[in-house]
Design a protein around this ligand. Structure first.
Ligand code: FES
Length: 268
């Protein structure tokens, strides 16, 4: 069942549409904001709100891959394995994450930190291979960078993405996807793990450095930036950190830039 806060939000979503059932997709995101997945209770509540049957709600919830039928971890890590990313090594990226995390597609690490999935085209082919954290893009991610990325997530940190915001967790992102904007984590009823972003702060925009490098054509390909060793010019904090001669990836510089106040370029 929705909390009192989210029940009011749910009703406001329904009121946005001339035909109430049009609110089903945002409502399902709202269910995920609360429960971390499309729970049976959430299905029943959506059905009651919209005058639908539970079968009708389930038919929608099982059609779209963004709706999960098992609880997600604090972060959702998606690896694009579609064509453009595949030819640039996405399968190796995915396999390394499976090996490191010990989970497969749509499975969650035992500590509840990360749910892993492989995904179809994430709409950012020029940045292939692409990995998203809570739907925010990290571009040009090779297997070492992918492991470094999840190590940071497992440690409770969130490296800034190439594009988008520094996520405070998939549930907060689901709230945004419901069309409700950033969630006030201090509001009564906000789940504790929705306030765990860093020091309870709302999501912060990523630095614009990466976008600048990207638009200048200096970092659009892994060999030109993040995945290149030997002190290569780094294309920005896009989840990759400065490359070193050893091939290791260091997020320190990226982390330092995370707190810089910059304008939000793009929301999910
Ligand atoms: S194929 Fe991976 S983002 Fe398009």
């Amino acid at each position: 069942m929705f909390s009192t806060e989210l029940r009011a939000k749910a009703e406001s979503l329904v009121d946005r549409y001339p035909v109430g059932r049009s609110a089903l997709l945002p409502l399902l995101h709202l269910v995920q904001a609360q429960d971390g997945y499309v729970s049976d209770d959430g299905v029943a509540e959506c059905a009651a709100l919209l005058g639908l049957t539970k079968a009708e709600v389930n038919a929608v919830a099982t059609f779209y891959t963004m709706y999960k039928r098992a609880p997600m971890g604090r972060h959702l890590v998606s690896v694009c394995t579609n064509f453009s990313c595949k030819v640039r090594g996405a399968e190796q990226v995915y396999d390394r994450l499976v090996e490191r995390l010990g989970v497969g597609h749509n499975e969650t690490t035992p500590d509840g930190a990360i749910t892993l999935e492989h995904a179809e085209c994430l709409g950012n082919c020029e940045g292939a291979p692409v990995v998203t954290v809570d739907y925010y893009n990290h571009e040009g991610v090779d297997p070492d960078a992918a492991v470094a990325l999840v190590e940071r997530l497992l440690a409770g940190e969130v490296p800034p993405p190439t594009r988008g915001l520094v996520s405070s967790g998939i549930r907060d992102v689901e709230y945004r996807l419901a069309g409700l904007g950033p969630r006030d984590v201090s509001a009564p009823g906000a789940a504790p793990d929705q306030a765990t972003a860093r020091d309870g702060a709302p999501p912060q925009p990523a630095s614009g450095r990466d976008a600048d490098a990207h638009s200048a054509g200096t970092g659009g390909r892994p060999e030109e930036g993040a995945t290149r060793g030997g002190g290569a010019e780094q294309r920005g904090p896009g989840g990759l950190g400065p490359a070193s001669g050893s091939g290791a990836h260091d997020y320190a510089a990226a982390s330092a830039s995370r707190d810089e106040p910059t304008e939000e370029r793009r929301d999910a």
